[in-house]
Every structure is written in structure tokens, then in C-alpha cells.
Ligand binder design. Structure first.
Ligand SMILES: NC(=O)c1ccc[n+]([C@@H]2O[C@H](COP(=O)([O-])OP(=O)(O)OC[C@H]3O[C@@H](n4cnc5c(N)ncnc54)[C@H](O)[C@@H]3O)[C@@H](O)[C@H]2O)c1
Ligand SMILES: O=C(O)[C@H](O)COP(=O)(O)O
Length: 387
């Protein structure tokens, strides 16, 4: 029986994929796997039994990736599973920044019940007028799952689209329309675009990437959209730019005391991925990743260990070893098996930075003592025998 714990509400259609051999737990204490959305895990203590954390979503800045790796906990995310939900909200964000739709709606609410509301609205509406996005230039920083969808959708809405991503993946490159202008210097986005939207992961490298320097280079009256993470933007610099009229609007999906309720800022309560479809897609993908890892040892879409796949486990026992990426590990593992006269049917080893993963299928059912012997090897972080 496997045990899992949900740190956030996870869509039922995903959890329903767990078979009867899985049991939900009220706490993490005895869990083999944890499912999480945005709950911060940085201050949490992890039990020894925990083997996997699946982020039902994209951003993993709420999870201590290295600490998990050191404890032999594989962290997964669900790439692209909520990208369409975010794309649609980004388009909405551009429209909300272009016309005072919200101001207009508030005005109607305030005058509800007045018999001449229709006549007064016709007089008042000039106060809420704005511009169209067709023909305007959009700059997309980060052309991954979300950025690529936003860029393509904006083209279809008649915008001219510039895209910047120095680490563009082959998959994203294939998905991008050839009509998107591939920009090599982000300053071109700052100086040329009417709308700028950021879709990069939050990390030490990207923190504060849009600050005073970037804002000063932007066109007067530009609109900045941030549906990625608030820490990517130096929001004090953006507030100053709104106050002095350099920027027209800042649209953000991340409320905080600095921006909430402030003039010129449209703050959405982190709704990018909060659609039925995105929540289902993320939950289903997260549950499948956990099952694949717990039942077969296969790692798909990890963010702290290499992906590694030996297919479904057959009648052989499968040994899986998470370890540091240092020399002579495989030699030590195979020596333990050779010493017991065990035949290796298949073996795979993959590495990613400081960490590596070895999977070994062995022609035997009884591997008594093997797990303990491998655990004793220096630089081994977690061993499992799936049989
Ligand atoms: N608002 C929401 O609800 C919501 C939902 C999903 C994701 N997000 C956020 O959006 C981020 C992006 O999501 P995604 O699914 O598109 O991820 P992704 O991994 O598919 O794409 C990220 C892209 O950013 C690029 N990149 C990295 N550093 C860069 C840099 N310095 N300059 C330009 N490009 C850079 C990468 O090459 C990659 O193509 C997530 O990390 C998360 O923080 C927010
Ligand atoms: O990174 C993500 O996937 C989003 O920010 C969504 O977060 P949520 O799952 O908490 O809505």
C-alpha cells in the first residue's frame, strides 16, 4: 500500500487515478508521496519515508529542490499542463489594461437601480474608453509552455510579436509561429514593445530581472504584465514608473502589500492556473508521475533529478538508487550484485548536475540485504527495491 498526502486541494479527477493500493493521509508523516500546488515547503521537515513530491503546476520556487535531492526525494512538476489557462488570463490582462473595463463595470454597479442609468452610461462611457491591442507590439520574455502560447495567440489577435528566450527548447521552437520576431537582446523588447509579458521561472538568476534599468528603457506608456512570479520584478521601481507616468499599467497575478489596491496596478489573486481544465490537467499529470516513480522507478518531468525510464517493471526485481554524480558508483553497485552471484538483466544510469540515478533490473526475486549494502556506499542518497 502506498500513502500520499496533499498539501493543497488537488483536483479529484487526478486523485481518482490512484488505484486502491494508494491511501490518502491527513499528514505527511507516513507519506511516500506529496502533492502540492503553491504551499511553501521551505520550512517543512520531511519524513524518511517520503520519496516523491509532485508539484501540480509549473513553478517550483515553493519547494527546496536541493534539500529534497539530498534526502533522496524526487521532485516533479507538470510542464505545460496549465499553460492554456495562463495564456487566456494574459490576454484578458492585456484587454483590462487597454480599456478601463473594470472602472466601467464599477460605475454601472454604483448606479444600479437608477432609472436613467442607460442614458447616463452613454454620457459617461468616454471616461472608460481605451485602445485596441490589434496592431500593437507585444514582447514576450520566456518562450516556454506559456510564453509560446501567448505569443501565438497574440499574433492571431493582430499584434506584432517579439520573443526573447536565450534558452529556448527545441519543443518550444517548433511550437512558435514563424511570424514571431526572434529577439536576441532583451533591450529590443524593452525599447520597442507596447506590452511586455514575462514568462520565466523564478530563480536566483531571474529574481529582480525587471527593475529600474529595464523600465527606463521601456516605451512611455508601456504596459507590463507579470503572470510568472512577483519576485521577478522590482515592484518598487515599477510603482515609481506608474506614478511618474512612464508606465501605463502593471498587471500582476501576485497580490502583495506593495501592489494590492495601488493606482495603475491591476492585481489578480493568482488565478492563472485556476481553471477546471488546468487543475485537472495538472493533477492527472502529477498523479501519473508519482505512480510511475513509485511503481516502476521511472522518473518523468523531474526538476531535481534526471529523467530516467526503463519502462514497466517485469518479473525481475528493480533496484533504484539516487546518488551523487561522482565516479565509480556503478562499479560499486555491480560489485555488490556480483558478490551475490546476481545477474543484471538491464541497467540505466542518468545524471543531472550534482545528482544521478541508477536503475538495475536483476534476474532474482530475493534480494535480501542488497538494499542495506548499497545504502552503506558513500554518496548514495536513497535505495529502493521494487519487487
Ligand atoms: N500565474 C500562474 O498561475 C502561473 C501558472 C503557471 C506558471 N506560472 C509561472 O510561469 C513560469 C513559466 O511557466 P511555463 O509553464 O511557461 O514554464 P516553462 O519552463 O515551459 O518556460 C519557461 C521559459 O523561460 C525561459 N527562460 C528561463 N530564463 C530566462 C531568462 N532569463 N530570459 C528569458 N527566458 C528565460 C526558459 O528557457 C523557458 O523556455 C513558471 O515558472 C511559474 O513561475 C504562473
Ligand atoms: O506555477 C504555477 O503552476 C502557478 O503559479 C499555479 O499555481 P497554483 O497551482 O497554486 O494555482
Amino acid at each position: 500500500m502506498y500513502k500520499y498526502h496533499c498539501l493543497n486541494a488537488i483536483s479529484k479527477s487526478g486523485l481518482d487515478i490512484f488505484p486502491e493500493t494508494y491511501e490518502a493521509q491527513e499528514t505527511m508523516e507516513y507519506a511516500d508521496a506529496v502533492l502540492v500546488r503553491s504551499a511553501s515547503m521551505h520550512e517543512m521537515e520531511f519524513p524518511l519515508c517520503l520519496k516523491a513530491v509532485a508539484r501540480a503546476g509549473a513553478g517550483v520556487n515553493n519547494i527546496p529542490l536541493e534539500a529534497c535531492a539530498e534526502r533522496g526525494i524526487v521532485v516533479f512538476n507538470t510542464p505545460g499542463a496549465n499553460a492554456n489557462g495562463v495564456k487566456e488570463l494574459v490576454i484578458a490582462g492585456m484587454l483590462l489594461a487597454s480599456r478601463d473595463i473594470m472602472g466601467g463595470i464599477e460605475w454601472v454597479k454604483a448606479h444600479a437601480g437608477e432609472t436613467d442609468v442607460a442614458k447616463r452610461a452613454e454620457k459617461q462611457k468616454k471616461e472608460f474608453a481605451g485602445c485596441e491591442i490589434e496592431g500593437k507590439r507585444l514582447g514576450v520574455i520566456g518562450l516556454g509552455a506559456i510564453g509560446a502560447l501567448v505569443a501565438n495567440a497574440a499574433l492571431h489577435l493582430g499584434m506584432e510579436v517579439y520573443g526573447y528566450d536565450p534558452y529556448l527548447s527545441v519543443d518550444s521552437a517548433w511550437s512558435l509561429s514563424r511570424h514571431i520576431r526572434h529577439v536576441k537582446d532583451v533591450n529590443e523588447i524593452y525599447s520597442q514593445c507596447d506590452y511586455i509579458t514575462v514568462h520565466v521561472p523564478a530563480s536566483e538568476n531571474t529574481k529582480g530581472m525587471i527593475g529600474k534599468d529595464a523600465v527606463q528603457k521601456m516605451k512611455d506608456g508601456a504596459v507590463l504584465l507579470n503572470f510568472a512570479r512577483d519576485i521577478l520584478v522590482d515592484e518598487q521601481d515599477v510603482m515609481d514608473a506608474l506614478e511618474n507616468g512612464k508606465l501605463k499599467k502593471y498587471v500582476t497575478d501576485f497580490p502583495n502589500p506593495q501592489t494590492a489596491g495601488k493606482d495603475g496596478v491591476i492585481v489578480i489573486p493568482h488565478l492563472g492556473a485556476s481553471t477546471e481544465e488546468s487543475e485537472e490537467n495538472c493533477a492527472k499529470m502529477a498523479v501519473k508521475e508519482i505512480r510511475e516513480y513509485l511503481e516502476n522507478g521511472n522518473i518523468r518531468n523531474s526538476v531535481n533529478y534526471p529523467d530516467c525510464d526503463m519502462g514497466k517493471r517485469g518479473s525481475n526485481a528493480r533496484i533504484t538508487i539516487l546518488h551523487h554524480n561522482v565516479p565509480n558508483m556503478i562499479g560499486q553497485f555491480t560489485a555488490i550484485l556480483a558478490g551475490r552471484d546476481l545477474n543484471i538483466a538491464d541497467l540505466t544510469n542518468k545524471s543531472r548536475g550534482k545528482y544521478a540515478y541508477t536503475m538495475i533490473d536483476v534476474d532474482a526475486e530475493n534480494l535480501e540485504g542488497v538494499e542495506k549494502d548499497i545504502e552503506k556506499i558513500r554518496d548514495v542518497l536513497k535505495v529502493r527495491i521494487i519487487s
